[in-house]
Ligand binder design. Sequence first.
Ligand SMILES: NC(=O)c1ccc[n+]([C@@H]2O[C@H](COP(=O)([O-])OP(=O)(O)OC[C@H]3O[C@@H](n4cnc5c(N)ncnc54)[C@H](OP(=O)(O)O)[C@@H]3O)[C@@H](O)[C@H]2O)c1
Length: 243
Amino acid sequence: MKLIVAGATGFVGTEVIRQALSHPGVTSILALARRTTPVPANAGPGADASKLQSVVCDDFENYSDSVKQQLSGADACVWLIAVTPSQLRSMPWEEARKICYDYTVKGLETIGKLSPASGKPLRFVYTSGANSERDPSKKPFILGDYCVMRGETENFVLKYAKDSNGAVDATVAKPGLIDAPGKWGIAMRVLSTIGRSIIGLPKVELTEIAATLIDQAVNGIEKDTLLNEDLVRIGQKVSGESE
Ligand SMILES: NC(=O)c1ccc[n+]([C@@H]2O[C@H](COP(=O)([O-])OP(=O)(O)OC[C@H]3O[C@@H](n4cnc5c(N)ncnc54)[C@H](OP(=O)(O)O)[C@@H]3O)[C@@H](O)[C@H]2O)c1
C-alpha cells in the first residue's frame, strides 16, 4: 500500500518513516513536508530505502498540481503537521491556528479527493493530543485556546469522514506525552514525570505510537478515537508480532 506521511520531517514522522521502510504492508512512502525528508539514520537492516519518496510542498493552503500528482493514488495518510505547545510562544496565535487547523482541513480536502488506486476508502490517521477538547464549553484551564482549537480540528476530521459517503475512513490518535530514549537529560526527565503526574498526562513510547499509526493505516481503523491507552496497547501488540 501507498502511505502518505504528512509532517515526515518531525519527531513522530521520522519514526513512522523508519518503521514503514521495513513494514511489509507498505510498498511506497510519500513523505510530505515543507523540506526534503531524509532516510532516517537508524533505518535498520530490513529497511528498503527505495520505498521513500520525498514530496516537498511549499504551500499547504494551495497544493500545486505537481504535489497533487505525486500524492495521487495513496491508500492512507498519517497526518502529523502541527505546532506543539512548546512551539506556541515562538509564533503569533493566527500562525499556529493556520498550521494546526487550516493545513489539516486543506490537506484532508485535497488528499481526500485523490482516490486510492484500490478504489477503497482513504484511511486518514490524524494525530492530535490527549488534552485536545472537542467541546468548546469545556475549555481546559491550561492551554485552553490551543486544546479547543486542536479539538475543533478533530471534529472537522471526523465529520469530513462521516460525510464523505465512504470515500474517507478516519481516526484521531490522542497521545499524552510521547517519550523516546535520549529525549531528555535526567533533570528534565524527573521534572516531566512530576509535571505529568500533577496534570494526569499519560505517556506513550515513540516506537509504540508510530507502530500504531502505521497499523491503522495498513490494516484498517479500529475506532474513530484512539486514546493514549489504545496507542500503547496496539503499538505493543503489533511490535511484538513483528519481532
Ligand atoms: N511530541 C509529543 O510529545 C507529542 C505529544 C502529544 C501529541 N503530539 C502530536 O503529534 C503530532 C506530531 O508531533 P511531533 O512531535 O512529531 O511534532 P514536530 O516534531 O514539531 O513535527 C511537526 C511536523 O510539522 C511540520 N510543520 C511545522 N510547522 C510547519 C509549517 N509552518 N509548514 C509546514 N510544515 C510544518 C514540521 O516540519 P519541519 O520539520 O520542517 O519543522 C514537522 O514535519 C502533532 O500533532 C503533535 O501535536 C506530539
